[in-house]
Design a protein around this ligand. Structure first.
Ligand code: GSH
Length: 194
């Protein structure tokens, strides 16, 4: 029987992007379903009282670490020179499109735009195009994504994730077991094989 991977991610997290690049392969291999769990990394960090930005030494190391993994996976990665990109509305659209057939394609396009092409997704025009290409109603979703009920839903999802033990992104839950980091996908694979 197909198992389900809950995939907790934020678009602003480059490690979430790397995880996403590997999920398609796993889906094909194990015929499992992905339950997409868009989360705000900022809210999650506030929830575990870890709001301080990473130290410069860690940031420098992370760049190399990310490049090494991208090379290993053979996937494109463009890291911004400045700080992390902004993707607040994109994240809320991903949440608002729960249950819509185009959600997966929209998520894929945002990850690719940000991290493969190194382009921004802040503009509503860009988001509308990505929605349309995914067969989603861009205008309706943007309206919903910028409403207070999606803010409340995002906050609720953060609380729920914390209760499930999630403390960083990307995270995965298979059969109730939590795995943190795209570098733990081999354990996710083992859990799928059980
Ligand atoms: N080793 C992990 C690193 C993941 C990571 O550092 N994620 C960041 C967000 S991009 C995070 O959640 N940091 C919070 C923490 O480490 O507590 C991987 O390869 O995925």
């Amino acid at each position: 029987m197909a198992k389900r991977i809950e995939f907790f991610f934020d678009f602003v997290s480059p490690y979430s992007y790397l995880a996403w690049t590997q999920l398609e392969g796993l889906t094909e291999e194990y015929d499992e379903e992905i339950a997409w769990r868009p989360l705000s990394l900022r809210q999650l960090m506030a929830g575990i009282e870890n709001a301080a930005p990473p130290h410069e030494l860690k940031r420098r190391y992370m760049r190399r670490d990310l490049e090494r993994f991208a090379e290993r996976y053979g996937v494109p990665l463009t890291l911004p020179e400045g700080g992390a990109p902004r993707a607040d509305v994109a994240l809320r659209i991903a949440l608002a499109s729960d249950g819509h057939a185009g959600q997966e394609t929209f998520i894929a396009s945002v990850f690719r735009t940000l991290w493969a092409h190194g382009e921004g997704v802040e503009s509503l025009g860009v988001l509308r195009t990505l929605c349309d290409r995914a067969g989603l109603d861009g205008d309706r979703l943007i309206e919903r994504a910028t409403s207070s009920d999606i803010d409340a839903l995002l906050a609720q999802r953060t609380r729920q994730a914390l209760e499930q033990g999630v403390f960083g992104l990307p995270s995965f839950i298979v059969d109730g077991e939590l795995f943190f980091g795209q570098d733990r996908l081999s354990f996710v694979r083992e859990a799928l094989e059980r």
